[in-house]
Design a protein around this ligand. Sequence first.
Ligand SMILES: *Cc1c(COP(=O)(O)O)cnc(C)c1O
Length: 368
Amino acid sequence: MSVPLLDLSRQYAYLKDDMNKAVLNVLDHGWFILGPEVTELEKQIAKLSGTTHARGVASGTDALLLALFAAGVRAGDEVITTDFSFFATAGTISRLGATPVFVDIEKDSYNIDPNLIEDAITDKTKAIIPVHLFGQVADMDPILEIAKKHNLKVIEDAAQAIGAKYKGKPAGSMGDFGCFSFYPSKNLGAGGDGGIITTNTEENFDLLTILRNHGAKPKYYHKIIGFNSRLASIQAAILLVKMPYLQKWSEKRIEHAKIYDNAFADIDSIITPKVMDYSDFHIYNQYTIAVSNRAEVMTKLQEAKIGSDIYYPVPFHKQECFADLGYAPEDLPVTNNAAETVLSIPIYPEMSPDEQQIVIETITKAVS
Ligand SMILES: *Cc1c(COP(=O)(O)O)cnc(C)c1O
């Protein structure tokens, strides 16, 4: 038996008829970009995320890019973020000519450590991007408080956390903007690239509407220079088919997480992911353990045909493209330790009990 890290074909198997119909319907009506499916999806995501508005864009990366731009981030500004995330979080800051400022993480949540943020603020700081890594919301209350005190915008990178909750509040509802990705491996994945931005103000919403379409308002009249970042109707159509299942899928992931938690509870050499007390709903986009003999564990998993991956092997401050920012390799020690020990293992909703048992047995053997 092989257990892939993620198997989207199983989801497609039971959604096939509805997904095919939804896609064919778009081919029929021919409104391929920002069609009625996009508008409907925006409505549903805003509702799910507890915001008044949402705007579909071409990817999660673009969601960050447009949100940063809409937040007023320009060349020469600084944006504070975590040292431990997918590249897009930092890359989009640099892409706008601004400078990412990396802050270390909390050991237990792998999310940005709010206690270290104020020391990173300068008179150039414009915004903070907390990332809700692996599906658990970052500790937002202190972050929002710091942002308010220093007049900074907050952009939630909720790419991995759709439907997750913090003290009862949905991911993407607390900052000025919430950024989501529909990349196929996310909990709500499209049949290609896609993303969406949530916000609670009419002003931000209008700006995003203009920005995603070259800054035009009205058509062919450009007061600002925007982007070409529009969500395809086919992607929205696929996502609308999946929306009614999202909550159930998240619950299934949580069930799987509990089984792993219990199985590894007495094994000192495996650190299981912690659910923080402020986190009401961790949706486990990844189930990420930490082990000191990671290379060995990965080899054993590979031999057993079990998928695993490292999210993420290189902290931002050690990336070659950020060398000019002047961090030393030993800066940000908590992130460094995480990057050397984390390992994500299969957690997708359709994983069978037998498959999970094999993953558990293989890992248990590999660490003993
Ligand atoms: C996936 C992801 C993104 C980027 O989303 P894309 O849709 O792939 O562009 C940004 N941030 C984080 C944390 C992600 O996991």
